[in-house]
Ligand binder design. Structure first.
Ligand SMILES: NC(=O)C1=CN([C@@H]2O[C@H](COP(=O)(O)OP(=O)(O)OC[C@H]3O[C@@H](n4cnc5c(N)ncnc54)[C@H](O)[C@@H]3O)[C@@H](O)[C@H]2O)C=CC1
Ligand SMILES: O=C(O)[C@@H]1CCC=N1
Length: 266
């Protein structure tokens, strides 16, 4: 995720690559790769990275955050803005760990950051000024669209947009599989599936019609789409997506709850 965000920020011209410091403590090859592929500075020293930064972005797994915070608490200052992309980790947990009045903004991007097409939510913690929200939004805007939400909405946002690309990739996989099973060559099948999703997404973005109106326009009475949708609904279509969001949001909530009772295991 950190790499996707860095790539998006660099690609959009929002920040020069040499102003981004990435850390990896143990993997020299990975540091080399990050420097060569993106032109960023990659260091083993978390202390150096944090001391140099105006904005610190946390992007480790939730299970690693406690140790990560213990590793920076001695040198991070309240003048530095901390962005956390960690699913489910409450800003209050980070604030309590770091003491003082650390400005913390939770950010939930998705992996489409890599090409500047994320939709990212920002939720400000207790010690964040309006100006810091503006700064964070400008930074995160470089990887796609942004919305500012209440922290309690983060779970459902994560279920829809953080995890959402995976559901859409699954749709692409299914379309491709069906095309191949129908006798189409794999490369063409992939192209058909991807372009169908891309075209529908762009239509939904650019058309004045709602997605529902657009769906109706594809659906000729008693035609092929009607037959296709009937099978989709019979097999749980939209409900499956809603269940996916609900389960992901529940998992996000579960992770949050774990941060109120230690130790953290997931
Ligand atoms: N993958 C995704 O689509 C999204 C992920 N996220 C969040 O982003 C975070 C990272 O996810 P991924 O990139 O998928 O995981 P990942 O496992 O690919 O990357 C996590 C990185 O953090 C490093 N790390 C662990 N402890 C560290 C420490 N103390 N200091 C510095 N680095 C440390 C690990 O070595 C690893 O390279 C998670 O908290 C996840 O909830 C949020 C939105 C979308
Ligand atoms: O699967 C996860 O936990 C992360 C958070 C949102 C997307 N990926």
């Amino acid at each position: 995720m950190a790499e996707a965000m860095a790539a998006g920020m660099i690609e959009s011209g929002t920040i020069e690559p040499e102003r981004i410091i990435m850390t990896n403590r143990s993997n020299e090859q990975r540091r080399q790769e990050l420097m060569e592929n993106h032109g960023v500075l990659a260091t083993q020293s978390i202390e150096f990275a944090v001391r140099e930064a105006d904005v610190v972005i946390l992007a480790m797994k939730p299970k690693d955050v406690e140790r990560a915070l213990e590793g920076i608490e001695d040198f991070i200052t309240n003048e530095q803005l901390l962005l956390s992309v960690l699913a489910g980790v409450p800003s209050s947990f980070i604030e309590e760990k770091l003491e003082g009045e650390q400005p913390v903004i939770r950010v939930m991007p998705n992996t489409s950051s890599m090409i500047g097409k994320s939709i990212s939510a920002l939720a400000a913690g207790e010690h964040v000024s309006d100006e810091q929200v503006t700064i964070a939004r400008a930074l995160i805007r470089s990887i796609g669209e942004t919305v500012v939400i209440e922290e309690e909405q983060m779970d459902v946002f994560t279920g829809v947009a953080g995890s959402g690309p995976a559901y859409i990739y699954h749709v692409i996989e299914s379309l491709e599989k069906a095309a191949v099973e129908g006798g189409i060559e794999t490369e063409t099948a992939r192209k058909m599936a991807v372009q169908t999703v891309l075209g529908a997404g762009m239509m939904a973005e650019q058309s004045e019609d709602s997605p529902s109106a657009l769906r109706k326009k594809v659906t000729s009475p008693n035609g092929t789409t009607q037959a296709g949708l009937e099978a989709l609904y019979e097999n749980g279509g939209g409900e499956a997506i809603e269940a996916a969001v609900e389960n992901a949001a529940t998992r996000s909530k579960e992770i949050s709850n774990q941060f109120n009772k230690k130790p953290v295991t997931q």
